[in-house]
Each structure stands twice: as C-alpha cells, then as structure tokens.
Design a protein around this ligand. Structure first.
Ligand SMILES: [Zn+2]
Length: 140
C-alpha cells in the first residue's frame, strides 16, 4: 500500500519504532518514544484500514497477539495498568498502541497521547527489545 509506512517498512518506520518480533497475525514494534516505559505497537500483518475489514479469524488472531504482547509488557515492566490506543486517521493501517501506565506517573488517569517524548540510547533500546522479545517467546 502506497504512503503507508507500516507497509513500506522503510526509513520513516525505522525513525519511529524498532521491530521486536513477528507473531502469527502481527508485527510488534517498540516505540522509540519511551515516555511511557515499554510502549509498543502491534500492527496487523496486512494493510487493512478498519477492524471490520479483518476476517473474524484475523480479528481473533490479532487481538490474541495484542493480549500476548500486553501480558509480556506487564511481566517485564510491572505497570499499574496497560492502555490500548487505536487511531490511524493519518496512517490507516490497523494497529494498536500498547501503553503501560504507572500509578502516579506520566498521564496516569488521563488519556494517552504523544505530547511528551523521551528517547533512549541504542543500547537501551536493544536491551528493552531483547527483554520484551524473550518474554513474548516465553508466553507463546
Ligand atoms: Zn499499511
């Protein structure tokens, strides 16, 4: 699909996120903005705009993948709650932001948004990616 960075898998995607792993219905990324520690994105494998464009099987698989990733993030980061955000106005490719929230921390009790950023070093990203990937493998 043209003009969709999730499908293009090029520089734009790479500037925003780092691949963690691939599951049966999704590709999982760590968001480079780690203002919410552990923030990740679960993207549907094919280009589908709306959840209702997915077949019932795909929907089931995609949500199972998302739950698996959320559980892995929960185990690794021990947040107070995980939030799930799905928008896609400007990038209409089915995906879910899986966002650990920490009690008393940034945006706790409020809507998740991207208004503040915190970037890490390459080594720190590598460390998070390998921890999350290992936990996902364990739970699979
Ligand atoms: Zn796409």
């Amino acid at each position: 699909m043209e003009n969709c960075f999730y499908c293009e898998k090029g520089e734009k995607l790479n500037s925003l996120m780092i691949k963690i792993t691939e599951l049966s219905n999704s590709i999982v990324y760590l968001n480079r903005n780690q203002k919410h520690k552990g923030r990740s994105i679960v993207t549907f494998k094919g280009h589908k705009k709306e959840w209702f464009d997915l077949t019932p099987e795909e929907n089931k698989g995609f949500f199972a993948d998302t739950a698996l990733v959320a559980k892995a993030l929960n185990n690794v980061f021990k947040p107070g709650k995980i939030n799930y955000a799905t928008f896609g106005d400007t990038v209409p490719h089915t995906h879910i932001h899986v966002v650990p929230k920490y009690e008393g921390g940034f945006q706790w009790g409020k809507f998740f948004d991207d208004s503040e950023k915190e970037f890490l070093t390459d080594d720190q990203y590598k460390d998070l990616v390998s921890k999350i990937a290992a936990e996902i493998e364990k739970l699979k």
